[in-house]
Design a protein around this ligand. Sequence first.
Ligand code: G3P
Length: 224
Amino acid sequence: MKLPLFLVNFKAYPQATGKNAVLLAKKCQRVAKKLNISIIPCVQAADISLVAHKVSIPVFAQHVDTAPGAHTGNIVLTSVISAGAKGTLLNHAERTLSFSTIKQTVAECKKIRFPVVVCASTPKEAKRMASLKPFAVAIEPPELIGTGISVSRANPGIIKKSVALKVPVLCGAGISSKEDVAKALELGAKGVLVASAVVLSGHQEKTIYLLGLGIKNYSCLTSI
Ligand code: G3P
């Protein structure tokens, strides 16, 4: 996985569930190959195996639990790994956890070098999450999620305040154009998380491609 990352969060949208999850992951894969960038589908636990067997790009879980045993409904870390996940989101604004659970989960994942992207809603929370030294921290202001109003334009300060952390900082919420992506990278983010703009698009592959161009163009410019 090379930075910058483009994480596509499939959430629980019907357009990105089951067979549709496979179709969407294949679209991510085609664009990743065409543009030579890292695109990571973040899929529901029940779809990990299905999707991971159909694409060669890394597939992430949307959440994991570390406690095996008598915990009905837990999404066990070892199970997502054997299903084919290559990493996970954690503490997404739509699936928040206590700090002690996050701490324990990050520690368990680090032991086996399983990348965790810990989500945070504020720079203060991002700093706390970064103290756990996860693979990356993702800053997502919840009030912008699903609005189409991009964090990189509506609240650039939240990104600027977080990028000095000692782990890669990604950002998400409302990102819907290649300019939003480029702006996020310009502010210092090492990648983006996108959901509704891609999943709900009538032209998913074209949208992934256009957003991917934001990453590609920025990477080309900065490598000169
Ligand atoms: O994890 C990404 C997500 O929360 C952002 O959602 O729909 O604003 O792109 P959306």
